[in-house]
Design a protein around this ligand. Structure first.
Ligand code: PEP
Length: 251
């Protein structure tokens, strides 16, 4: 049985002065659902406040990106070791907004994911196709490439620290959601691709989240699907009540 994991992606939306209150509200509203792994991924500058607010609760805190080097002359970057030192437990890697606006490639996703896992973080590695790719019949090709290159040299042992998020780009922040059947089809493809990389047993153990306009009204039917093991939540993670309703649906 894979433990369901619901992670919020706050993006560039919550100020440091607001972070503690949101984490505390999430912790309170989800306290009764301790069997769901509940995570808030925050802007780097919010991490100290978020981590302090989550102390003693079941909520884990993560970052939204990291570099692959441990230290050095990389102005503006944050290393996995720094995230661990700050008390973060998770990091999102290769979100489509990083790919679209910041030149992230499958190769840099691979470097970041392997460095994050090696440092002891849980890497939430995002994959997903654009509408153009889906409509052009390239869905399978795109997902397989993102998985094969993005997770190259990730081992079966690394899978304990790996979560994959399927986020169709056309569903992120648009209000459009993949249907449960559409999502399940890609989740099964992700698991099959992963099995070729790390073996069937390790692939079975990896949680695959769905992300893309998941909200209280559609979470239960998505999470009921066989290979949908959680959610990566953008907009609905900014209101504790909405986020908690999704955690409740995963419970
Ligand atoms: C996301 O950005 O990871 C996401 C899923 O956003 P939203 O829930 O707002 O579509």
């Amino acid at each position: 049985m894979r433990k369901k994991i619901i992670a919020g992606n706050w993006k560039m939306n919550v100020k440091p002065s607001e972070a503690a209150a949101l984490v505390k509200a999430v912790a309170e509203a989800t306290a009764q659902y301790g069997n769901v792994e509940t995570v808030c991924c925050t802007p780097a500058i919010d991490l100290p406040a978020a981590i302090a607010a989550a102390a003693g609760t079941h909520v884990g805190i993560g970052a939204e990106n990291c570099h692959w080097k441990e230290s050095g002359a990389y102005t503006g970057e944050i290393s996995p070791a720094m995230l661990v030192d700050a008390g973060a437990k998770y990091v999102i890697i290769g979100h489509s907004e990083r790919r679209q606006y910041f030149g992230e490639t499958d190769e840099t996703v691979n470097q970041r994911a392997r460095a994050a896992i090696a440092a002891g973080l849980v890497a939430i590695v995002c994959v997903g196709e654009t509408l153009e790719e889906r409509e052009g019949g390239k869905l399978v090709e795109v997902i397989e490439r993102q998985m094969n290159v993005g997770l190259k040299d990730v081992t079966a042992a690394d899978c304990a620290k790996l979560v994959v998020a399927y986020e169709p780009v056309w569903a992120i922040g648009t209000g459009k959601t993949a249907t449960p059947d559409q999502a399940q089809e890609v989740h099964a493809l992700i698991r099959a691709t992963l099995a070729k990389l790390v073996g069937a047993e390790a692939a079975e153990s990896v949680r695959i989240q769905y992300g893309g306009s998941m909200k209280p009204g559609n979470a239960a039917e998505l999470l009921a699907k066989k290979d949908i093991d959680g959610g990566l939540i953008g907009g609905a993670a900014l209101k504790a009540a909405d986020f908690a309703a999704i955690v409740a649906a995963a419970n």
